[in-house]
Ligand binder design. Structure first.
Ligand code: ADP
Length: 200
């Protein structure tokens, strides 16, 4: 199974990504987790991205490719992947298509999780208090929501136009959201034409 998770901060990409990976025997690739691990390890890539993580801005596209190429390749050759956090803008969507094509695979579906902004903001503030994640503070949360609206939300139309988008209400509790995701995938055709960025 190869899925993309497209969702604003606080919608539960991480939680659902873990569950989906377990359910389908695929690898959960969370770009946020991968980036934070690089920062913690103090690698050159980690040093290059820590400013963007702190302010909630997007990391440059080329660094994202550098980060993802190896894990994505090995997951594609293994049990598949639940890719959470990439692509996050149109340029990355084109790169995602090229990477999948080069690997000889297609994405089965793109899951768009969404919830009202006040719900998202509340969840992120609560998470910030309990986990201490550095970007879960009020100003940075607002900025991340803005970046999502401007850069990432347009991808919904992009994937909808290509017939692979499944919209999920991420407002209910995690069990309910997970079930709606599984329901939305029940009719998945064996093979889906990949979203081709050159089609229009
Ligand atoms: P959230 O969706 O809650 O903001 P993530 O853990 O997915 O959290 O991402 C955290 C941060 O990592 C983002 O604010 C951004 O700085 C960076 N990031 C993650 N994925 C990408 C991406 N595809 N392109 C650029 N930056 C990214």
């Amino acid at each position: 199974m190869r899925l993309l998770l497209l969702a604003p901060p606080g919608a539960g990409k991480g939680t659902q990504g873990d569950r989906l990976a377990e359910h389908f025997g695929a690898r959960h690739l969370s770009t946020g987790d991968l980036l934070r691990a690089e920062v913690t390890a103090g690698t050159p890539l980690g040093k290059a991205v820590q400013g963007a993580l702190a302010t909630g801005d997007l990391v440059p596209d080329d660094l994202m490719i550098e980060l993802l190429l190896e894990p994505l390749t090995s997951a594609a050759q293994g049990g598949g992947y639940i890719l959470d956090g990439f692509p996050r803008n149109l340029a990355q969507a084109h790169r995602a298509f090229e990477m999948a094509r080069d690997l000889g695979v297609t994405v089965n579906a793109v899951l768009a999780l969404d919830a009202p902004e006040d719900v998202l903001r509340e969840r992120l503030l609560a998470r910030g208090e309990s986990s201490g994640r550095a970007d879960d503070i009020s100003d940075v949360i607002d900025h991340r929501l803005q970046v999502y609206a401007k850069e990432t939300r347009p991808l919904l139309d992009y994937y909808e136009g290509r017939g692979v988008l499944r919209r999920i209400d991420a407002t209910p509790e995690p069990d309910v959201v997970f079930q709606s995701i599984l329901d939305s995938l029940a009719d998945l055709p064996e093979s889906i034409v990949p979203p081709d960025p050159d089609a229009d």
